[in-house]
Design a protein around this ligand. Structure first.
Ligand code: HPA
Length: 278
Protein backbone atom coordinates (compact mmCIF):
# COMPACT_ATOMS: atom_id res chain seq x y z
CA UNK A 1 0.00 0.00 0.00
CA UNK A 2 1.36 3.45 -0.87
CA UNK A 3 2.27 5.90 1.87
CA UNK A 4 0.49 9.27 1.80
CA UNK A 5 2.24 12.50 2.68
CA UNK A 6 0.31 15.71 3.12
CA UNK A 7 2.24 18.86 3.85
CA UNK A 8 1.54 22.52 4.25
CA UNK A 9 3.28 25.85 4.39
CA UNK A 10 6.82 25.69 3.10
CA UNK A 11 6.89 22.03 2.02
CA UNK A 12 5.49 21.82 -1.48
CA UNK A 13 7.36 18.89 -2.93
CA UNK A 14 9.16 15.78 -1.80
CA UNK A 15 12.84 15.88 -2.69
CA UNK A 16 13.84 12.80 -4.64
CA UNK A 17 10.27 11.69 -5.40
CA UNK A 18 10.10 10.47 -8.98
CA UNK A 19 6.56 11.41 -9.97
CA UNK A 20 4.99 8.73 -12.15
CA UNK A 21 1.43 10.04 -12.29
CA UNK A 22 -0.41 13.21 -11.35
CA UNK A 23 -4.00 12.26 -10.55
CA UNK A 24 -7.05 14.46 -10.04
CA UNK A 25 -9.75 12.88 -7.93
CA UNK A 26 -13.35 13.95 -7.59
CA UNK A 27 -14.86 12.90 -4.30
CA UNK A 28 -18.40 12.91 -2.89
CA UNK A 29 -17.16 15.86 -0.80
CA UNK A 30 -15.83 17.93 -3.66
CA UNK A 31 -12.34 18.53 -4.89
CA UNK A 32 -9.17 17.87 -2.90
CA UNK A 33 -6.63 20.69 -2.52
CA UNK A 34 -4.73 19.58 -5.63
CA UNK A 35 -3.86 16.62 -7.80
CA UNK A 36 -2.18 13.72 -6.01
CA UNK A 37 1.47 13.23 -6.96
CA UNK A 38 1.95 9.49 -7.20
CA UNK A 39 5.56 8.48 -7.32
CA UNK A 40 8.47 6.39 -6.27
CA UNK A 41 11.18 7.15 -3.79
CA UNK A 42 14.29 5.08 -4.25
CA UNK A 43 16.32 4.71 -1.10
CA UNK A 44 19.88 3.46 -1.11
CA UNK A 45 21.00 2.57 2.39
CA UNK A 46 24.59 3.35 3.27
CA UNK A 47 26.69 0.21 3.59
CA UNK A 48 26.67 -1.29 7.05
CA UNK A 49 30.22 -1.77 8.22
CA UNK A 50 30.32 -4.73 10.52
CA UNK A 51 33.69 -6.32 10.99
CA UNK A 52 34.34 -7.57 7.47
CA UNK A 53 32.54 -8.09 5.23
CA UNK A 54 30.79 -4.73 4.61
CA UNK A 55 27.12 -5.34 3.82
CA UNK A 56 25.52 -3.31 1.03
CA UNK A 57 21.72 -3.46 0.75
CA UNK A 58 20.12 -3.13 -2.67
CA UNK A 59 18.21 0.14 -3.30
CA UNK A 60 14.55 -0.05 -2.24
CA UNK A 61 11.61 1.58 -3.99
CA UNK A 62 8.73 2.96 -1.96
CA UNK A 63 5.42 4.13 -3.42
CA UNK A 64 4.55 7.56 -2.08
CA UNK A 65 1.55 9.77 -2.80
CA UNK A 66 2.00 13.45 -2.01
CA UNK A 67 -0.65 16.13 -1.67
CA UNK A 68 0.10 19.80 -0.97
CA UNK A 69 -2.49 20.73 1.64
CA UNK A 70 -2.93 24.31 0.49
CA UNK A 71 -2.76 23.57 -3.24
CA UNK A 72 -0.02 24.57 -5.55
CA UNK A 73 0.84 27.35 -5.62
CA UNK A 74 -0.16 27.89 -1.98
CA UNK A 75 -3.65 29.39 -2.39
CA UNK A 76 -6.14 27.72 -0.02
CA UNK A 77 -6.31 29.19 3.49
CA UNK A 78 -6.55 26.70 6.40
CA UNK A 79 -10.26 27.29 7.04
CA UNK A 80 -11.08 26.61 3.37
CA UNK A 81 -9.07 23.41 2.94
CA UNK A 82 -11.42 20.60 1.91
CA UNK A 83 -10.16 18.19 4.57
CA UNK A 84 -12.78 15.55 3.81
CA UNK A 85 -11.97 15.47 0.10
CA UNK A 86 -8.22 15.31 0.80
CA UNK A 87 -8.49 12.30 3.10
CA UNK A 88 -11.14 10.59 0.96
CA UNK A 89 -8.88 10.92 -2.09
CA UNK A 90 -6.05 9.16 -0.26
CA UNK A 91 -8.42 6.36 0.72
CA UNK A 92 -9.50 5.94 -2.89
CA UNK A 93 -5.86 5.62 -3.89
CA UNK A 94 -5.43 2.75 -1.44
CA UNK A 95 -3.43 4.66 1.16
CA UNK A 96 -3.41 3.10 4.65
CA UNK A 97 -0.94 5.45 6.30
CA UNK A 98 -0.52 9.20 6.01
CA UNK A 99 2.21 11.47 7.32
CA UNK A 100 0.87 14.93 8.00
CA UNK A 101 3.55 17.61 8.14
CA UNK A 102 2.57 21.00 9.50
CA UNK A 103 4.01 24.33 10.56
CA UNK A 104 3.18 25.37 14.12
CA UNK A 105 3.83 28.06 16.64
CA UNK A 106 5.75 26.87 19.70
CA UNK A 107 4.01 27.29 23.05
CA UNK A 108 5.69 24.68 25.20
CA UNK A 109 8.61 25.45 27.44
CA UNK A 110 11.85 25.11 25.62
CA UNK A 111 10.39 24.69 22.11
CA UNK A 112 12.32 26.73 19.59
CA UNK A 113 11.92 27.49 15.89
CA UNK A 114 13.31 24.58 13.87
CA UNK A 115 12.30 21.94 16.43
CA UNK A 116 10.51 18.89 15.07
CA UNK A 117 7.69 17.59 17.26
CA UNK A 118 6.19 14.12 16.90
CA UNK A 119 2.66 14.84 18.03
CA UNK A 120 0.72 12.61 20.37
CA UNK A 121 -2.30 14.65 21.42
CA UNK A 122 -4.74 17.25 20.09
CA UNK A 123 -6.96 19.91 21.59
CA UNK A 124 -9.54 20.93 18.99
CA UNK A 125 -10.45 24.62 19.14
CA UNK A 126 -11.64 24.84 15.55
CA UNK A 127 -15.17 25.19 16.87
CA UNK A 128 -17.00 23.05 14.36
CA UNK A 129 -16.92 25.55 11.48
CA UNK A 130 -15.28 22.89 9.33
CA UNK A 131 -17.04 19.65 8.39
CA UNK A 132 -15.60 17.30 10.99
CA UNK A 133 -16.98 13.92 9.99
CA UNK A 134 -17.80 11.59 7.12
CA UNK A 135 -20.77 10.29 9.11
CA UNK A 136 -23.56 12.82 8.87
CA UNK A 137 -26.30 10.32 8.11
CA UNK A 138 -25.34 7.49 10.42
CA UNK A 139 -24.21 7.48 14.02
CA UNK A 140 -20.53 6.63 14.30
CA UNK A 141 -18.32 7.49 17.26
CA UNK A 142 -14.70 6.59 16.61
CA UNK A 143 -12.32 6.24 19.52
CA UNK A 144 -9.92 9.19 19.43
CA UNK A 145 -8.16 8.73 22.77
CA UNK A 146 -4.85 8.49 20.91
CA UNK A 147 -5.35 10.66 17.82
CA UNK A 148 -2.08 9.65 16.12
CA UNK A 149 -1.03 6.15 15.12
CA UNK A 150 1.09 4.64 17.91
CA UNK A 151 2.91 2.36 15.48
CA UNK A 152 3.91 5.18 13.14
CA UNK A 153 5.02 7.29 16.11
CA UNK A 154 7.23 4.47 17.32
CA UNK A 155 8.77 3.99 13.85
CA UNK A 156 9.62 7.67 13.38
CA UNK A 157 11.04 8.04 16.89
CA UNK A 158 13.31 5.05 16.43
CA UNK A 159 14.38 6.39 12.99
CA UNK A 160 15.28 9.68 14.67
CA UNK A 161 17.47 7.81 17.17
CA UNK A 162 19.11 5.66 14.48
CA UNK A 163 19.81 8.63 12.23
CA UNK A 164 20.76 11.05 14.98
CA UNK A 165 18.07 13.55 13.98
CA UNK A 166 16.72 15.06 17.18
CA UNK A 167 12.95 15.27 17.61
CA UNK A 168 10.66 16.13 20.50
CA UNK A 169 8.97 12.77 21.05
CA UNK A 170 5.57 14.03 22.20
CA UNK A 171 3.49 17.15 22.02
CA UNK A 172 -0.07 18.38 22.28
CA UNK A 173 -1.30 20.30 19.24
CA UNK A 174 -4.02 22.88 19.71
CA UNK A 175 -5.92 23.36 16.46
CA UNK A 176 -7.39 26.79 15.76
CA UNK A 177 -9.46 28.05 12.85
CA UNK A 178 -7.28 30.93 11.75
CA UNK A 179 -6.55 32.45 9.37
CA UNK A 180 -5.59 35.11 11.88
CA UNK A 181 -2.84 34.34 14.36
CA UNK A 182 -3.62 34.15 18.08
CA UNK A 183 -3.68 36.77 20.78
CA UNK A 184 -1.17 36.59 23.61
CA UNK A 185 -4.01 35.80 26.03
CA UNK A 186 -5.21 32.88 23.89
CA UNK A 187 -1.72 31.42 23.91
CA UNK A 188 -1.57 31.79 27.71
CA UNK A 189 -4.86 29.87 27.95
CA UNK A 190 -3.67 27.16 25.54
CA UNK A 191 -0.49 26.79 27.55
CA UNK A 192 -2.47 26.42 30.77
CA UNK A 193 -4.53 23.70 29.05
CA UNK A 194 -1.39 21.73 28.32
CA UNK A 195 -0.83 22.58 24.65
CA UNK A 196 2.72 22.63 23.32
CA UNK A 197 2.16 23.82 19.75
CA UNK A 198 -0.55 25.71 17.87
CA UNK A 199 -1.56 25.30 14.26
CA UNK A 200 -4.47 25.77 11.89
CA UNK A 201 -4.71 22.48 9.99
CA UNK A 202 -4.36 19.57 12.42
CA UNK A 203 -8.13 19.22 12.76
CA UNK A 204 -10.30 17.84 11.35
CA UNK A 205 -7.60 16.16 9.26
CA UNK A 206 -6.65 13.74 12.05
CA UNK A 207 -10.15 12.58 12.94
CA UNK A 208 -11.15 12.18 9.29
CA UNK A 209 -8.24 9.80 8.76
CA UNK A 210 -9.34 7.85 11.84
CA UNK A 211 -12.91 7.67 10.51
CA UNK A 212 -11.60 5.96 7.37
CA UNK A 213 -9.30 3.65 9.35
CA UNK A 214 -6.19 5.34 7.97
CA UNK A 215 -3.16 5.69 10.26
CA UNK A 216 -1.96 9.25 10.70
CA UNK A 217 1.39 10.50 11.92
CA UNK A 218 1.59 14.18 12.87
CA UNK A 219 4.99 15.81 12.41
CA UNK A 220 5.03 19.48 13.34
CA UNK A 221 7.81 21.91 12.72
CA UNK A 222 8.00 24.84 15.11
CA UNK A 223 8.33 27.77 12.74
CA UNK A 224 7.95 30.58 15.27
CA UNK A 225 7.31 31.37 18.92
CA UNK A 226 3.55 31.58 19.45
CA UNK A 227 1.96 34.98 20.02
CA UNK A 228 3.19 36.89 23.04
CA UNK A 229 6.18 34.61 23.61
CA UNK A 230 8.64 36.73 21.72
CA UNK A 231 8.91 40.45 21.19
CA UNK A 232 8.92 40.29 17.42
CA UNK A 233 5.82 40.37 15.25
CA UNK A 234 4.81 37.01 13.74
CA UNK A 235 5.21 36.85 9.99
CA UNK A 236 4.37 34.36 7.27
CA UNK A 237 7.87 34.86 5.87
CA UNK A 238 9.34 33.51 9.10
CA UNK A 239 7.01 30.47 8.92
CA UNK A 240 7.91 29.59 5.32
CA UNK A 241 11.63 30.23 5.84
CA UNK A 242 11.93 28.05 8.95
CA UNK A 243 9.93 25.30 7.28
CA UNK A 244 12.17 25.41 4.20
CA UNK A 245 15.26 25.17 6.42
CA UNK A 246 13.80 22.10 8.12
CA UNK A 247 12.63 20.22 5.01
CA UNK A 248 15.79 18.22 4.51
CA UNK A 249 15.84 17.02 8.12
CA UNK A 250 12.18 15.99 7.90
CA UNK A 251 12.78 14.07 4.69
CA UNK A 252 15.82 12.31 6.16
CA UNK A 253 13.71 11.34 9.12
CA UNK A 254 10.86 10.03 6.95
CA UNK A 255 13.27 8.12 4.70
CA UNK A 256 14.83 6.53 7.79
CA UNK A 257 11.42 5.27 8.91
CA UNK A 258 10.12 4.16 5.49
CA UNK A 259 10.62 0.39 5.88
CA UNK A 260 8.48 0.50 9.02
CA UNK A 261 5.68 2.33 7.18
CA UNK A 262 5.34 -0.46 4.65
CA UNK A 263 4.89 -3.32 7.11
CA UNK A 264 1.57 -4.99 7.80
CA UNK A 265 -0.38 -2.86 10.28
CA UNK A 266 -1.01 -4.15 13.79
CA UNK A 267 -2.25 -0.88 15.32
CA UNK A 268 -5.81 -0.13 16.48
CA UNK A 269 -6.29 2.53 13.74
CA UNK A 270 -6.92 -0.15 11.14
CA UNK A 271 -10.13 -1.21 12.85
CA UNK A 272 -11.37 2.05 14.27
CA UNK A 273 -14.86 1.48 12.87
CA UNK A 274 -15.24 -1.81 14.69
CA UNK A 275 -17.95 -1.32 17.33
CA UNK A 276 -18.07 2.41 16.54
CA UNK A 277 -21.48 2.32 14.78
CA UNK A 278 -24.76 2.56 16.64
N1 HPA B 1 -0.24 29.97 15.12
C1 HPA B 1 -1.08 29.24 14.36
N2 HPA B 1 -0.68 28.57 13.29
C2 HPA B 1 0.63 28.59 12.98
C3 HPA B 1 1.56 29.34 13.73
C4 HPA B 1 1.10 30.06 14.87
O1 HPA B 1 1.86 30.73 15.59
N3 HPA B 1 2.78 29.17 13.15
C5 HPA B 1 2.57 28.32 12.09
N4 HPA B 1 1.29 27.99 11.98
Amino acid sequence: MPLGIIAGSGLYEIAGLEILEVKRIDTPYGEPSDSYRIGRLTVTSPPTVTSPPTVTSPPMDYEIIFLPRHGSPHRIPPHRVNYRANIWGFKELGVERIISVSAVGGIGDGLRPGDIVILDQIIDMTGGMRPHTFYDDEVVHVDFTEPYCPEMRKEIISASQRKGIPVVTSGTYVAVNGPRLETAAEIRVFKSLGAHVVGMTGMPEAVLARELEICLLGISVVTNYAAGLSKSKLTTTEVVQTMAETNQRIMNLIVGALPGFFKERTCPCKESLKEARF
